[in-house]
Design a protein around this ligand. Structure first.
Ligand code: CP3
Length: 342
């Protein structure tokens, strides 16, 4: 990594170093909420759009230009490497990932082969293009964590209860661990490709891990996420680990091998930072729909609570909601930069 990026506010904060201002970026900043995104995506399927490096580059840059955020996140999706691994799936507008034949048995595992860099050459190309375009702005690579990926593969579509997922976890633990082990290898390979191509940090999204108790998380999930994060220990880039509804899991998610733990809006950052080191978060994305005075007050509260941590990367507690007014995001970035300037 070049020294320019090692010296960026974002990477410095991830490493718990002093910063000129609190860095800010938003999960799901690329896409959904931006009119220029909807325009450029017209007539192009979601998965197809992820496989076109020029388009990926443009969509990734859109929120950076508009909001002046401190980091870009690669435009892709957590299911992209699963499609590359041979799973027949689609991302259905308004629904999310839908898997044609869900994985429910030992025999089904055969439909999930390992991936190599060659299977995701379009990601390598997009990251290289982006690193050139972004200059001093760091690029965040990402993957879905084994549990969250497994939930889509087993349920076949987004779920509220994770019933089939938990049925396999409790009822067929050998099959469960074999599946999660494969998913860990796929996620690790996807992240290594992005690191080799030049991303400055990685985020492992375990969005739905909050469905589990801490004991079950430690037994059934943590070893697999630890394989992914541990596999990047010598990659030289900060590793961020994020999930929703994870108040009881934060310590374990840090122990899995994260340098930064992403916190949703339920846990105050000063409390979270007692259990993990550097934190990322955690303004409730719904607050952005309130009057500006409320947004500003809540953002200041998050900044204040973040001061208790050895490092703080400002973010939302989950992704930008599609109906969000992008101008509020732009204004929020300016406010964070102003209020946190040292
Ligand atoms: O700025 C960014 O974060 C863009 C890159 C990105 C996408 N998906 C693009 C996308 C990232 C980091 C993701 C991660 C992702 N995908 C997660 C983890 C983050 C989280 O929100 O918890 C999850 C669980 C998925 C699975 C997924 N993909 C769902 C549930 C959906 C449907 C709901 C939605 O977001 O609209 C998708 C589709 C998707 N992924 C879209 C985008 C821009 C919308 C599709 C479209 O615009 O047609």
């Amino acid at each position: 990594m070049t020294s320019v990026l090692e010296d960026s506010a974002f990477v410095r904060a991830c490493r718990g170093r002093d910063v000129p201002h609190t860095p800010v970026w938003f999960m799901r900043q690329a896409g959904r909420s931006l009119p220029e995104y909807h325009k450029i995506r017209e007539g192009i399927g979601m998965l197809e759009s992820c496989r076109r490096p020029e388009l990926v580059t443009e969509i990734t840059l859109q929120p950076v230009r508009r909001h002046q955020v401190d980091a870009a996140i690669l435009y892709s999706d957590i299911v992209v490497p699963l499609a590359a691994a041979g799973v027949d799936l689609d991302i259905v507008p308004g629904t999310g990932p839908v898997v044609a034949e869900p994985i429910r048995s030992e025999a089904d595992l055969g439909r999930l082969r390992p991936i190599s860099g060659d299977d995701v050459g379009f990601v390598d190309a997009a990251v290289r293009m982006l690193v050139g375009e972004l200059g001093a702005t760091p690029l965040i690579g990402f993957a879905g964590a084994p549990f969250t990926l497994a939930s889509y593969l087993i349920e076949g579509r987004p779920s509220r209860t994770y019933l089939k997922t938990k049925a396999m976890m409790y009822g067929a633990p050998e099959l469960w661990h074999a599946l999660l082990d494969r998913l860990a290898d796929i996620a690790l390979s996807f992240l290594r490709t992005q690191v080799a191509a030049g991303v400055s940090a990685v985020q492992l999204f375990d969005s739905w891990a909050g469905a589990l108790s801490e004991a079950d998380y430690r037994q059934y999930v943590m070893p697999h996420s630890a394989k992914v994060l541990g596999g990047l220990a010598d990659a030289g880039v900060p590793r961020i680990h994020f999930g929703v509804g994870t108040t009881v899991l934060l310590g374990a998610m840090g122990e899995a091998g994260a340098d930064v733990v992403g916190v949703d809006w339920r846990t105050p950052l000063d409390e979270a930072s007692k259990r993990v080191g550097v934190v990322q978060g955690n303004l409730d994305p719904a607050v952005l729909f309130a009057d500006w005075e409320v947004v500003a007050r809540e953002a200041r509260r998050v900044l204040d609570q973040g001061r208790a941590a050895p490092g703080h990367v400002f973010n939302l507690g989950h992704g930008v909601l599609p109906e969000t007014d992008p101008d509020v995001l732009t204004r929020l970035v300016a406010l964070i930069h102003e209020e946190s300037a040292r």
